[in-house]
Design a protein around this ligand. Structure first.
Ligand code: PMV
Length: 313
C-alpha cells in the first residue's frame, strides 16, 4: 500500500507572546527535535471515500463520518477536502502521532494540522504551498482559542524562524549566528485559551496599562530581531529577562515557570523567559553552548519534567 508521510516541527516563541494577539510583533522559531507525524495510506479494501482517522495518543480511532462536526481532526480533513474541491478523498487511513508535548506552548496543535495537510495533499498528488498550509491550519487554531494571532501555524508551516505581525506578510528571519536554547518543561499542562482569556480580561480592566506593556514587548521584539540578524545573540539575554518580567505583569506566568526561569539564570543562562501562552508549559533559556548541559541539569534539579537543548540556525 503506498504511504505518504509528512512531519512538522514543534515551535517556541522567543519574544512577544500575548502582545502578538494585540497586533504587536513576535519572534518564533521551529524546534526540530520534537515533531508531529502524519501518514496517509490508501485503503483499497474500504468502501469508496471512507477516511479512517487514527490518533492513538488522543484515543481517536474512528471513521471521519462518525466524528462530531466540531472534532478538530474532522474539521481539518473536511476543510482540506473543501479547499481542494473534492467531495470525497480516495479511501484512506490517516495516522497521526506526535512527540510534541500537548498544551505546553510548543505548537502541538498547529504541528498536527500542518503534518496532516502536508500528507493529505501529497496523497492526492497536489502538495500545498506553505502559505496555504498555514492558512488552513489557522482555521483549526481558532477552535483551540478564539483569537489566535496565527504565529503558531505560520512558524510551523514555514518551519523557519519568523518575525510575525498579525495580518501582515510573513517575514522569515536569517540569523547572523546560530543561537542555543535550553527548553524546560514545567510538566503543567495549560491549554492556550486559559492565559489568553486571562490576559484579555486584565486588558479590558486596564487598557492603558496593558497597551504600555504590549508596546514595550513590541520594542523588545524589534530590538531582538536586530541582534538576531546581526549575529549578536549575547545581546538577547537581557531582552528575554525583560520580556519575562512583562509576561509576569500580564499575569501569564506561574510559580513553576518563575522557578525554572530563576534556576536557569542562576546556572549561567544569558537570559530566560516563559514561552507560549504560559500558566504552565515550557520556558526557554538562552545559553552559551558550553553551558547548555549545566543549565539543563539545573532545570531538572528544579523539577523540570523534561529539558531539550536546541540550536536555532
Ligand atoms: O500556543 P501557545 O501556548 O504557544 O501560545 C501562542 C502564543 C500566544 O501569543 C499566547 C497566543 C497567540 O495566539 O499568539
Amino acid at each position: 500500500m503506498p504511504a505518504y508521510t509528512a512531519t512538522a516541527p514543534g515551535k517556541i516563541i522567543l519574544f512577544g507572546e500575548h502582545a502578538v494577539v494585540y497586533n504587536r510583533p513576535a519572534i518564533a522559531v521551529p524546534v526540530n527535535q520534537v515533531q508531529a507525524r502524519a501518514v496517509v495510506l490508501a485503503d483499497l479494501k474500504a468502501p469508496a471515500g471512507r477516511v479512517w482517522i487514527q490518533a492513538l495518543d488522543i484515543q481517536l480511532d474512528s471513521s471521519l463520518d462518525d466524528l462530531p462536526e466540531a472534532n478538530p481532526m474532522a474539521r481539518l480533513v473536511r476543510l482540506f477536502q473543501e479547499h481542494v474541491s473534492l467531495d470525497h478523498l480516495p479511501a484512506c487511513i490517516l495516522r497521526v502521532s506526535s512527540t510534541i508535548p500537548l498544551a505546553a506552548g510548543m505548537g502541538s496543535g498547529a504541528a498536527i494540522s500542518v503534518a496532516c495537510l502536508r500528507a493529505l495533499s501529497a496523497f492526492i498528488g497536489a502538495p500545498l504551498p506553505a502559505e496555504q498550509v498555514s492558512a488552513l491550519a489557522y482555521e483549526i487554531e481558532k477552535l483551540y482559542h478564539g483569537t489566535p494571532s496565527g504565529i503558531d501555524n505560520t512558524v510551523v508551516a514555514f518551519s523557519k524562524p519568523v518575525y510575525f505581525v498579525r495580518n501582515s506578510p510573513i517575514e522569515i528571519l536569517s540569523l547572523g549566528e546560530p543561537i542555543t536554547l535550553v527548553i524546560g518543561d514545567t510538566g503543567v499542562r495549560s491549554p492556550t485559551s486559559g492565559p489568553v482569556e486571562g490576559v484579555r480580561r486584565a486588558w479590558q480592566a486596564d487598557r492603558a496599562h496593558f497597551e504600555t506593556l504590549f508596546d514595550r514587548a513590541a520594542e523588545i521584539a524589534r530590538a531582538a530581531r536586530g541582534w538576531l540578524e546581526s549575529g549578536e545573540p549575547d545581546r538577547l539575554g537581557s531582552l528575554m529577562d525583560e520580556n519575562h518580567a512583562l509576561l509576569v505583569e500580564m499575569g501569564a506566568s506561574s510559580p513553576e515557570l518563575d522557578r525554572l526561569v530563576q534556576a536557569a539564570r542562576h546556572a549561567g543562562a544569558l537570559g530566560a523567559k516563559l514561552s507560549g501562552g504560559g500558566w504552565g508549559g515550557n520556558m526557554i533559556a538562552l545559553v552559551d553552548p558550553a553551558r547548555a548541559e549545566q543549565v539543563s541539569a539545573a532545570l531538572r534539579a528544579s523539577e523540570a519534567v523534561n529539558t531539550l537543548i536546541t540550536r536555532v540556525l
